[in-house]
Design a protein around this ligand. Structure first.
Ligand code: OAD
Length: 246
């Protein structure tokens, strides 16, 4: 696994993915249908306040999602991005993949993304900071204790509403240095991720956008490729790799 392999080298292309890229694998998007769970909005469950007042409810919500990871497979969009990374790497061209998705599909396709909103398969201890990659303990009714300090319940290592995304400084630096920027499958409404497109434009990058619907942050300067990521990205990634000489 190439965790962090995309850090430290000034990239030529930076890709930002959102829920739309995993939609073709069967993961529901946030702003489409299915935003209600047990009569509650996702925004009510995915918060530090909910975890502190109703931990059993929040845990059940995330354990159900963690269980479902194994049922999904990477789709041609994930594969196209992993293939482009390999091609660019062989040609010595920088590449950085940033994802807002908390599923493991990019990783299973062979990529090493920066997970700015965390990862469902990782658990984190709020007391000692220990992190474990764990998809074995999936019982919705049983908390997982911390193996380091024995705190009784680790939390999912995902960024909740009101929390700061991960590696924001790295991400801003990568996007600021991009010559090409591609945003795929994201509605462009959740900041700071939604601001990356403008940051790339400000840095002089050519900007490409794929989504089913026009994202909120789309501008006339962007080249927009409407459609399903699984259909659009294989051809688009091929074209971008060629433009970068790979
Ligand atoms: P959204 O659900 O807001 O947006 C999904 C986008 O994908 C929309 O623009 C759809 O048009 C598009 N889309 C749907 N199906 C698609 C497909 N098959 N191919 C291409 N595009 C498709 O998801 P995000 O923008 O990822 O944050 O949401 C951003 C953040 O909001 C999430 O990471 C999450 C949520 O709050 C946290 O949990 C912190």
């Amino acid at each position: 696994m190439k965790i962090g392999s995309n850090l430290g080298v000034p990239p030529r292309i930076v890709v930002l993915t959102g829920a739309g890229v995993s939609a073709d694998s069967g993961h529901p998007t946030f702003r489409g249908e299915g935003g209600i769970w047990e009569g509650r909005r996702v925004e009510e469950v995915a918060t530090p306040e909910a975890w502190s007042s109703e931990p059993a409810l929040v845990w059940r919500f995330y354990q159900e999602r963690r269980q479902r990871l194994a049922e999904k497979e990477p789709n041609p969009a994930h594969m196209a991005l992993a293939g482009m990374e390999e091609r660019l790497s062989d040609a010595g061209v920088g590449f950085c993949l940033i994802t807002q998705n908390v599923d493991d599909l990019h990783r299973r396709a062979g990529s090493a993304p920066i997970h700015i909103h965390g990862e469902l398969e990782v658990l984190r201890c709020e007391i000692c900071g220990e992190k474990v990659r764990d998809l074995e303990h999936l019982d919705p009714e049983v908390f997982v204790p911390c193996p380091e300090c024995s705190h009784k319940a680790m939390r999912p290592d995902v960024v909740w509403f009101g929390e700061m995304p991960y590696q924001v400084e790295d991400v801003f630096r990568q996007v600021g240095n991009a010559t090409l920027f591609l945003a795929a499958g994201t509605s462009g409404v959740v900041y700071p991720a939604a601001g990356l497109l403008q940051l790339a434009r400000d840095g002089g990058a050519r900007t490409f956008v794929n989504s089913l619907d026009e994202p909120e942050n789309l501008s006339g300067e962007d080249e927009f490729f409407p459609g399903r990521a699984a259909e659009v990205l294989p051809e688009l990634c091929d074209r971008l790799a060629q433009e970068l000489g790979a």
